[in-house]
Design a protein around this ligand. Structure first.
Ligand SMILES: NC(=O)c1ccc[n+]([C@@H]2O[C@H](COP(=O)([O-])OP(=O)(O)OC[C@H]3O[C@@H](n4cnc5c(N)ncnc54)[C@H](O)[C@@H]3O)[C@@H](O)[C@H]2O)c1
Length: 349
């Protein structure tokens, strides 16, 4: 078995590679990434890329069919991966997350790849706090990032066939430690504030709903998607990935973090404009289809692991929202240094 993981050099990638190594010990695992965050490591140990058999430094916008030959399964994580980047680089977000993803799937199908797993997002439900949304609910993407995921799912569906199984995993918001940690994710941000300055600053009024999932449980869902039986779910499947118990309001997440560190002060911005991105999600379909791959890591464990992970690297940066742990900052810095052009392609001088 040969598995290609795009976007493996990001936040979720290292967990995914570890999971695949353990579930498919005989597999050849290939990584493909443009490398924007290659230097944003939280480990001074072995590079996560040493876990793959072959690493391509490539842009998914320009992958040749040759690269996909003999691949059995593609796990497609590569993306402009959040709303702040999507707002700043709207056209690139649509180009990479939508058009290049569909093109990649099309080429993959042509050369005989059998399985395509797409990292989608529950953010496509947008404003949906009145009732937990199932996969059949109307979509309401509020940002360029969320729209890019909607468009990709729409265009992947007709490509699916008996010989080309497509699974779109609509992930909850990720949390947890990683060799390439992101702090632009709600729980990780709160823990960083708590560890660095004993202060959690909620940027909204704290009421928005977010379903969460630990990165290791995302990797387990991907593992399931590779080998899922099409008799359940069909050739194309879009499924919410998370668990009903993990639908939280942002202020509850702050409290869960504060409870682990004595003396942490939580400040809520009462004057904040309402954050329209608030959604509760229903995970019944995922429970039914993947009973052996349900999320296992609970909120408290995630919080404790983040605390330990940050303490281990002696994390003290009170200004972390200006740091390289925020994806948008890193990309902007690379541009300011003349390394990336306006299309976020490397300038190879
Ligand atoms: N983190 C979350 O909360 C979350 C939730 C739902 C879905 N997802 C999806 O999961 C995937 C991975 O998320 P992440 O948190 O690891 O993001 P990340 O930003 O940490 O990683 C994305 C990776 O994609 C690579 N990449 C970007 N553009 C590329 C291009 N043109 N060619 C090749 N590689 C490119 C980047 O270099 C990076 O290593 C994304 O598709 C994201 O939308 C993430």
């Amino acid at each position: 078995m040969k598995i290609l993981v795009t976007g493996n050099m990001g936040y979720i990638g290292p967990s995914v590679i570890r999971q695949l190594r353990s579930s498919y010990p005989g597999a050849t695992i290939v990584g493909l990434d443009i490398g924007y965050f290659a230097h944003c490591l939280t480990t001074n140990g072995i590079l996560p890329e040493c876990m793959v058999d072959l690493q391509y430094f490539k842009d998914v916008r320009f992958v040749e069919k040759e690269t996909l030959k003999d691949v059995d399964a593609i796990i497609h994580l590569a993306a402009i991966s959040n709303d702040p980047m999507g707002n700043t680089f709207e056209e690139v977000t649509l180009e990479v997350n939508h058009r290049a993803s569909v093109e990649l799937a099309r080429k993959a199908k042509e050369v005989g790849v059998k399985t395509f797993v797409f990292a989608s997002s529950c953010s496509m439900y947008g404003a949906a706090e009145d009732s937990a949304r199932t996969e059949k609910a109307p979509l309401n993407p509020l940002t360029a990032y969320a729209r890019s995921k909607v468009f990709t799912e729409r265009d992947l569906e007709p490509l699916a066939s008996k010989r080309f199984k497509v699974t779109s995993l609509r992930f909850s918001t990720a949390c947890g430690m990683s060799d390439r940690l992101r702090l632009d994710l709600v729980l990780n941000d709160f823990m960083a504030g708590a560890v660095a300055s004993k202060r959690i600053t909620i940027l909204s009024d704290g009421t928005p709903w977010r379903p969460l999932i630990n990165v290791r449980d995302m990797a387990r869902a991907i593992d399931w998607a590779i080998s899922r039986d099409v008799a359940n779910g069909g050739n194309f499947l879009a499924v919410n990935v998370g668990s009903d118990g993990w639908n939280y309001q942002v202020k509850d997440l702050a409290e869960a973090v504060a409870n682990q560190i004595p003396g942490v002060e939580v400040s809520i911005n009462k004057d904040a404009q309402p954050d329209k991105r608030s959604y509760k999600v229903n995970f019944e379909l995922f429970r039914k289809l993947a009973p052996q791959h349900q999320p296992q890591v609970d909120l408290i464990t995630s919080v404790r692991e983040l605390k330990e992970g940050l303490e281990k690297i002696a994390f003290k940066n009170e200004n972390f929202r200006e740091s390289n742990f925020m994806r948008l900052n890193t990309v902007k810095q690379l541009q300011n240094r003349g390394l990336l052009n306006e299309k976020l392609e490397w300038i190879k001088k």
